[in-house]
Write a protein that binds this ligand. Structure first.
Ligand code: EPZ
Length: 425
């Protein structure tokens, strides 16, 4: 059984580099299906979700290779148009391949992605955007059967009911294969969508507006391969800053765009941390007990990121004062709360609201991760707790953090991993 053994109470000191963003690599790997050539993507972390995406690409007939943090995808020949049930279950966000497969091959077969640990994960916005482009999608037998009755996808004006990250990305990828121009309004504005646009333009696509609420795609026919370096993972950065806030000390993060983290660093500064930002780095120092802060409401970018809610909550669980969290993005994103309470935290949850009353100290405990960011939150809390914690469920953490224990050890944490390394699929 994989587990982290963490001896808490040691402040963190030093400098760490933030690896490439999982939520940028995944849609970019899907985008390589549109490219009738070879794409080269740098700064790709080795994560189980990335390995799942590479397995999908190979299933589609692409040739993939990894050399260090560079992934090469040769999609000159795409022989398949389905994502097998095993891989859909491995990673529900595999739905991001739908638009690209349909645009490249004219058909797509995907099993319906189930919910996940965060609650139901509907894809109605993905499907309605792709239907608006001229696709026919039949949902039967727990699978999606997609085709293009008119032979070609047609550009259109499409307003997303919600600024969904995945639906924005799926619509962009599908629109690359459409005739004419597509204007997506109420688009999500996450930095990962800007990164996807940068890759698509490097591959010859005509995509503009990413990062704003209006993204415009002009179909240009097939794309050639593109080369791109993935942006740093702002949620990994938020997690490491939360770890320093929890354990105390002073940590400098390199390869971090502070502008993409401003809602998180503002909260940690209000809680009493000293935060300094440079063009590509952020430094956080904490030498006083954290204080409660004004209510934290998660929201689409540039609001407070839902993915940073669990690690920031874990840091604020120890200290003085009270903080109210309102989780507006997902129904079930407080699964780390019960585990934090096992460590002595005083947190009450009422629906989407969590009231965190800071306690003077947390104590180590036997813990189990139930989802990706909730698991990271338990690491954050254990680093600031007194005594030993044993954390299982690392398969969740391995989805989004590359060698988290090595990074934390390099900063002085007493953390070891028992059992094997990252599991192959
Ligand atoms: C992306 O998920 C991220 N995943 C999530 O990160 C992140 O939490 C989320 O965006 C919000 O920022 C990837 O990029 C792979 P959404 P996504 O569509 O695209 C509802 C992590 O920890 N919705 O923006 O699935 C949905 O239920 C993961 O790295 C519909 O109703 O998120 C949610 O309430 C977790 N219908 C809201 O929109 C749809 O068709 C926002 O979801 C799609 C979404």
């Amino acid at each position: 059984m994989n587990a982290y053994i963490i001896e808490g109470g040691r402040p963190l000191y030093g400098t760490a580099r933030v690896h490439g963003a999982k939520n940028s690599v995944l849609p970019i790997l899907a985008a390589t299906v549109l490219c009738q050539g070879t794409s080269v993507i740098h700064n790709c972390p080795d994560l189980s979700d990335v390995r799942a995406s590479l397995a999908i690409l190979e299933h589609l007939g692409c040739k993939v290779a990894r050399a260090g943090d560079t992934i090469t995808v040769d999609a000159s020949v795409v022989t398949g148009n389905d994502v097998p049930d095993r891989l859909m279950r491995e990673m529900r966000s595999s739905v991001i391949f739908l638009g690209a497969i349909l645009a490249r091959t004219g058909a797509a077969e995907l099993s319906m992605p189930g919910g996940c640990e965060l609650g139901p994960r509907p894809i109605d916005l993905h499907l309605s955007a792709i239907r608006a482009l001229g696709a026919e999608i039949r949902e039967e037998g727990g699978a999606l059967h997609c085709s293009i009755p008119g032979g070609r996808l047609q550009g259109c004006e499409y307003a997303l009911a919600l600024p969904s990250v995945g639906a924005t990305e799926n619509a962009m990828l599908c629109a690359c294969g459409a005739e004419g121009t597509t204007v997506i309004t109420n688009a999500a504005r996450e930095p990962e969508i800007v990164d996807l646009q940068t890759f698509l333009r490097a591959a010859g696509a005509d995509v503009r507006g990413a990062g704003s609420s209006v993204v415009t795609v002009r179909g240009v026919g097939g794309l050639h391969g593109g080369e791109h370096t993935v942006l740093p993972d702002r949620i990994v950065a938020a997690t490491l800053l939360s770890a320093a806030a929890s354990a105390g000390g002073e940590v400098e993060l390199l390869d971090t765009d502070y502008r993409q983290l401003s809602t998180v660093t503002a909260v940690l500064a209000e809680a009493g941390c000293r935060v300094r930002s440079g063009p590509d780095r952020v430094t956080l120092r904490r030498d006083q007990p954290l204080k409660g802060v004004r209510p934290i409401r998660t929201a689409p970018y540039p609001g407070f990121p839902t993915d940073a809610q669990p690690p920031v909550m874990a840091a604020l669980a120890k200290g003085t004062g009270t903080t109210v969290f309102v989780e507006n993005m997902f129904e079930s994103r407080y699964r780390h709360v019960d585990e934090l309470c096992r460590m002595g935290a005083d947190i009450r949850v009422e629906g989407r609201v969590a009231v965190v009353c800071g306690v003077e100290r947390l104590h180590g405990a036997g813990l189990r991760a139930a989802d990706l960011r909730g698991g990271a939150a338990l690491v954050v809390a254990a680093l600031g707790a007194e005594g030993r914690s044993e954390l299982t469920g690392l398969d969740h953490i391995d989805r989004g953090y590359q060698e988290l224990e090595a990074t934390l050890r390099s900063l002085g944490a007493d953390i070891t991993r028992t059992g094997g390394p990252l599991q192959n699929l």
